[in-house]
Design a protein around this ligand. Structure first.
Ligand SMILES: [Zn+2]
Length: 434
């Protein structure tokens, strides 16, 4: 039997390596008043080897019934893990249906903080990175298990629901409305989300359809803060290659939020991001770039988080350069100096779970990319970046795969450079700018 309880040491107790989910079909009903969620999750799965037990992650909510291929299955639900007895042959496809419900809330871990389902003043966001997906649906919670999704959520008709992918239908009934979204491109569980609030929806012209969900009271402040997104999309599409999904949606909550967060095909910002300050704009660029780096190309192990955050931070500098607010070279020099003055014990390729979202991972990752660019020249560097994106679109990536990829560059300077930035704690010097 191939079951292993800990798929990833950074997020212990989550994920089952013994099977894959191919598709999630979530039927959800939610009452904002009282925070009650009822759901039926139908998971189409496959096990590479024969198995008699699978595990799903589900935090706190109550499990009423579990069916495997239409037959009631014995199960046990601890606080966070749902263990299901089954009899699956090697390579076989099977369907698990879980009926569940309760009062969802965030999942807290000592090293990782809180993530998942979060009540706002008048609505909900799901910000699940890296361990919050089990707060609202039963899942194989490891980022290497990407699947397609259909999410249907029924809620009071005064609320708007935003979720991943395409909105395929809205069905009003007496006092409720059902919102149905389909995400065809594979998605990691932590990137799945629902956003519930009293939002108005706006559509904008751009190289890809751009949508905004904004509370009525804040709509007049949207353009000043987010008006440059069409140009950002154009810039990033040129530098990284085609935008990987059908559309992009920005949700602005009525509440202030400490940090914005990316989900697949959408990002969530607090009302405090409705400003023209560079610190807000750089994060608008940062979250958008995660659609390429993190959502289309997703890490298989959390130790490789620099493949998301280093690239997204470098995208901020590229946007700064493209919009004439300081070249990437100037941003790199500034942040190299700041890093040179801080502790140098962090190893970029394996920072440890408690330093996964340390700012040095972001900045050092971006500096690595800028160093590569200085070493290889713009032409080779951006060609390598675009082929990295196109060859691994909608799949799982690792640091080792990135090393293999950039080894295509002529000369042997790249390996030495990558070693210094990825595996040594000391800060390497920036290569000279030409
Ligand atoms: Zn980020």
């Amino acid at each position: 039997m191939m079951f292993r309880d800990d798929a990833d040491p950074y997020v212990p107790g989550h994920g089952d390596l013994g099977f894959d989910v191919l598709r999630y079909d979530l039927e959800l009903g939610y009452r904002v008043d009282g925070n009650t969620l009822d759901g039926t999750a139908t998971l189409t799965c496959r096990a590479p080897e024969a198995t008699e037990r699978i595990h799903l992650d589900l935090h706190k909510l109550n499990v009423q019934k579990v069916l495997v291929d239409g037959v009631r299955a014995k199960h046990r639900h601890g606080r966070n893990r749902l263990s299901i007895e089954c009899d699956i042959e090697a390579g076989a496809q099977f369907v698990v249906r879980v009926q569940y419900g309760g009062r969802p809330g965030p999942l807290s871990k000592r090293t990782l903080g809180e993530a998942g389902w979060e009540e706002l003043e008048d609505g909900v966001i799901v910000a699940a990175q890296p361990h919050g997906a089990p707060t609202w649906f039963p899942c194989n919670d490891r980022p290497s298990d990407k699947a397609s999704y259909r999410i249907r959520l029924t809620v009071g008709s005064t609320y708007t629901v935003v979720s991943n992918g395409r909105l395929v239908s809205t069905t009003p009934r007496a006092s409720t409305t059902t919102w149905e979204y389909v995400q065809d491109e594979p998605m990691a569980s932590y990137l799945a989300t629902v956003q519930i609030g009293r939002y108005q929806l706006f559509d904008f012209e751009s190289v890809v359809p751009l949508r905004a969900a904004v509370p009525a009271a804040l709509t007049d402040r949207y353009d000043a803060a987010f008006g440059r997104q069409p140009q950002m999309l154009e810039t990033f599409s040129q530098l990284f290659g085609e935008y990987p999904f059908d559309s992009y949606t920005v949700v602005v909550t009525e509440d202030d939020l400490e940090i914005p967060l990316e989900s697949q095909s959408l990002s969530t910002f607090g009302a405090n991001f409705l400003t023209t300050a560079w610190d807000a704009e750089r994060l608008i660029a940062h979250e958008l770039s995660h659609q390429w780096f993190g959502n289309s190309l997703t890490l298989g192990a959390w130790k490789d988080i620099w493949l998301h955050e280093g690239f997204a931070c470098y995208a901020e500098w590229l946007w700064s350069e493209a919009s004439c607010r300081g070249s990437a070279q100037e941003r790199a020099e500034e942040h190299w100096s700041l890093l040179a003055g801080s502790d140098q014990e962090l190893v970029l390729a394996d920072p440890g779970p408690d330093k996964m979202f340390d700012d040095r991972v972001y900045k050092r990752g971006a500096l690595l990319l800028h160093s590569l660019r200085l070493t290889l020249g713009d032409h080779v560097f951006f060609d390598l970046l675009r082929s990295w994106v196109s060859e691994h679109a909608h799949s799982t990536v690792s640091t080792e795969m990135f090393r293999e990829h950039v080894r295509r560059a002529p000369g042997d300077a790249v390996d030495v450079l990558l070693d210094a930035w990825l595996t040594e704690p000391e800060l390497p010097p920036l290569p000279p700018a030409s």
